[in-house]
Design a protein around this ligand. Sequence first.
Ligand code: NAP
Length: 284
Amino acid sequence: MSIVVTGATGHLGRHVVEQLLEKVPAERITAVVRNEAKAADLVARGVKPAVADYNVPETFDHLFAAGDKVLLISGNEFDKGRVRQHQVVIDAARAAGVALLAYTSAPGTLTAALADDHRATEEVLLASGLPYSLLRNGWYHENYTENLAPVLEHGAVVQAAGDGRISSASRADYAAAAVAVLTGEGHENTTYELGGDEAWDFASYAAELSRQTGREIVYNRVSVEAYAGILSGAGLPGQLATILAGVDVSVEKGELVVTSGDLSRLIGRPTTPLAEAVTAALKG
Ligand code: NAP
């Protein structure tokens, strides 16, 4: 029986595998990757690689074994039908009779179009009859802190979220929650609403950036249409720019505020403050 992590060479997947290595022997961990060369460092540490692509169903044939615990990390190919991709993994897990399939979803409160694939995947998973755990991940700090170059260049955080707040947490926090579910007991048929302990708004984010950089950084509120235009001007495909700008509408409505406390409870510690992610990004 293995703990199997898809998307293992992605940002979140790498955190998950690193934290699993602290808890279970490497030979019990299988990293599902598209490109084995990207996983060379993990393989060198004893993690088992499995090469499979969500777009090629047969690559998942016999990949799982009865009793495995699987983390399905949602894909990032928005134009390739993510629900169908995720169904490939769920079908293979069901055929094998895995003990648990945990899926990285989106907050239950999120009505933005970005959540559509997640809601549909949850339905597929529930209909499969597999023991499941829905890890409804809130926003990553890194969505913002890894994109500081234009903010520092223009001295402005540009968003269309009004005074809306976000309970973000670090990817490492969400990874710790996934590891708790994969290595713990009693997580079958659970739904966790995961988010950071503290909600913040973009004015306070700009203030924190000002404090840490010693420069004046303001929050520049723009319309959703203007923000979508800025994103597409920065090179995002039009449809994705519209989808991401739509998230700000949800932020303004408070749909990314998570009050469940599930994340800090699962990881057994407070979540990482946004200020720490800012510090790490400015150092990086
Ligand atoms: P990421 O770094 O983009 O990782 C995505 C992973 O999915 C990568 O490992 C990628 O493989 C794998 N993947 C994509 N298409 C695949 C395919 N056809 N077959 C097999 N593997 C495939 O994203 P992340 O930061 O780790 O986040 C994980 C997921 O959470 C994202 O994919 C997205 O669905 C979602 N997300 C959540 C937030 C949030 O704030 N909660 C923000 C952004 C994204 P490679 O390593 O080969 O590229």
